[in-house]
Design a binder for this molecule. Structure first.
Ligand code: TEU
Length: 566
């Protein structure tokens, strides 16, 4: 039976006007009562995704794993961890998604494996093992690690393995040894694995830190002072990255109706263009980190405020940079980021309005929008009050580093509250019952107490809810080609309250006017509704010459009917 997928725009790939929903299975829905989300929990909640209208699901790792990094440390690429269920459960989920016209994009982590993966176990067993070269093994340098690289999760990026007297590289946790993509046999094994999943029915891949597979094989010291550790995404992006991606395209992706999204922390627009330009046959798009790094001061733990002109200018630069060759992903939230309504909105007095307006401005950009579980109901960051509540190894490592450098507990809690990945990993809030309907057991991480008023059940039939607004935005992307195909222009770039966007396609002009502040703002004449305007999304109501706190409007105009000044 061919799945009832929505027809794509004429001559365009299906993801051009699609919206993709990210499921972090650990926190989505628990069917078994062990306090950890699982695949059958996703299956049970599929009607929520159908109601929302999304076109595909990006499913974060579900594979066998010691769970050091919540599954981003894979010990078997062709299985399902018992904590999440079985391969039969996954096959059932693929079938159920397809039957509802929803595609499945799986998260593949091929920059590194778990140290428990049989490949690594063989590689570490003997310097002469066939798989020794599948990982980075190097002799120490004067009794120290082979170079000055540090882990992105604190500490050194090298672990000495006494059995063979060499160090192995791990750009993340010691339990996540990096695969050496210079090794052809390793690459072939990865290609085989990916084809195995495609033959099982998946519709694409989100490729975890894929920019890191392009390392300079000489592993040179990074540009930091003597004694300091070099831990930066630019440990990747060597020219070999494009060789590996083009080979991946030839060997696995070509000729298939897929979507591929590469996670590329630290990518510049130029690097993203090289990866996402369809003429180069690498990937379809990237997750860049430009906008989600703006509030990082000296580090992600040093939170700084972001003026609106800086935020909207950053997104506009990526719109312009990928306008002719390439494609943008559009996201605020994911399993690694604090929730946008707490980060760039106002999760207090204006939570609903700011959640809806931030969604509006993002979804009215050119690209493929991603909705992270819970974002569609305006879930907030965790607001944990005790260090013991944190589960994420990155956050716990950062807390130890901050304490070791003289920060008191209040400062550590403040730093984690702003930037911890656990902000996005509290359980999805399904209803106002025990544990927010996520589990009948004890959840692996605290449920946010605000679940009593912020939950799916409370919003499902409510026309002015955040949920209803996301449903309208997704429908608009499906119904209005100007959203997917239109040009992009940012107006009033320096205005510190208004975010004004114009999209044009044929004779259609979409004008987005958003007040991204807690103060009302008076609108210049060219931004007020005009006779003949169709108000597609009007969160403002009220006077046409003003917008209340966090209110926004989207006008649809026929070109020539007094277009907005650009
Ligand atoms: O994250 C890569 C990455 O660089 C960051 O998003 C990372 O999570 C951290 O915030 C850097 O400060 C990917 C996955 O999304 C993440 O969950 C994994 O922990 C990481 O790779 C390792 O697989």
């Amino acid at each position: 039976m061919t799945a009832p997928f929505r027809a794509p725009l004429p001559g365009e790939p299906w993801w051009r006007d699609a919206v993709i929903y990210q499921v972090y299975p650990r926190s989505f829905a628990d069917s078994g009562g062990d306090g950890i989300g699982d695949l059958r929990g996703v299956l049970i909640r599929l009607d929520h995704l159908v109601d929302l209208g999304v076109d595909a699901v990006w499913l974060s790792p579900f594979y066998p794993s010691p769970q050091v990094d919540n599954g981003y440390d894979i010990s078997d690429y062709r299985g399902v961890d018992p904590v999440f269920g079985t391969l039969d459960d996954l096959d059932a989920l693929i079938a159920a998604l397809h039957a509802r016209g929803i595609r499945l994009v799986i998260d593949v982590v091929v920059n590194h494996t778990s140290d428990q993966h049989p490949w690594f176990q063989a590689s570490r067993s003997d310097r002469e093992d066939l798989r020794r070269g599948w990982y980075y093994w190097r002799d120490g340098r004067d009794g120290k690690p082979p170079n000055n690289w540090g882990s992105l999760f604190s500490g050194p990026a090298w672990e000495l393995d006494p059995a063979t007297g060499q160090y192995y590289l791990h750009t993340f946790a010691a339990g996540q040894p990096d695969l050496d993509w210079q090794h052809g046999g390793m690459r072939s094994a990865v290609h085989d694995m990916l084809r195995w999943w495609l033959d099982r029915g998946v519709d694409g891949f989100r490729l975890d830190v894929i920019s890191m597979i392009g390392k300079d094989p000489t592993l040179p010291d990074g540009p930091v002072p003597e004694g300091a550790q070099y831990a930066a995404p630019s440990m990747g992006f060597a020219p070999s990255l494009h060789e590996h991606l083009q080979e991946l395209h030839r060997e696995v992706l070509a000729g298939r109706d897929l979507v591929t999204i590469g996670e590329t922390p630290g990518a510049s627009i130029e690097q993203a263009r090289l990866i996402a330009d369809p003429r180069r046959r690498e990937l379809d798009m990237v997750f860049d980190f430009a906008h989600v790094s703006l509030d990082h001061g000296a580090s992600k733990w040093d939170h700084v405020a972001v003026p609106l002109p800086t935020l909207k200018g950053c997104l506009a630069a990526w719109q312009q940079g990928l306008a002719d060759h390439g494609w943008n992903s559009l996201y605020w939230d994911n399993h690694d980021q604090p929730r946008v309504v707490s980060r760039f909105g106002d999760d207090g007095a204006h939570r609903v309005a700011s959640a809806k307006t931030l969604a509006t401005v993002l979804h009215l950009h050119r690209g493929t929008p991603f909705v992270y579980q819970g974002e569609e109901i305006g879930m907030t960051s965790a607001h944990f009050t005790a260090l013991e509540q944190y589960r994420d190894l990155e956050s716990r490592g950062a807390a130890a580093d901050l304490r070791a450098t003289g920060h008191d507990e209040a400062a550590v809690l403040s730093a984690l509250a702003a930037a911890s990945r656990d902000n996005a990993r509290t359980p999805v809030q399904w209803d106002d019952g025990p544990q927010a309907g996520f589990t009948t057991g004890t959840p692996w991480i605290s449920v946010n107490p605000n679940a009593a008023e912020i939950n799916v059940a409370a919003q499902r039939g409510e026309p002015h809810s955040v949920l209803a607004h996301y449903r309208r935005l997704i429908a608009l992307r499906h119904d209005e080609p100007a959203l997917a195909l239109g040009s992009f222009a940012l107006l009033l770039p320096d205005h510190d309250q208004l975010w004004v966007i114009v999209r044009r396609h044929g004779d259609v002009e979409l004008l987005v006017v958003a007040n991204c502040s807690a103060q009302a703002v008076t609108l210049p004449a060219e931004l007020r509704p005009r006779p003949g305007d169709e108000l597609l999304l009007d969160l403002a109501g009220g006077a046409p010459d003003a917008l209340g706190p966090w209110h926004s409007r989207v006008h649809r105009r026929r070109r020539g009917a007094g277009s907005a000044a650009t």
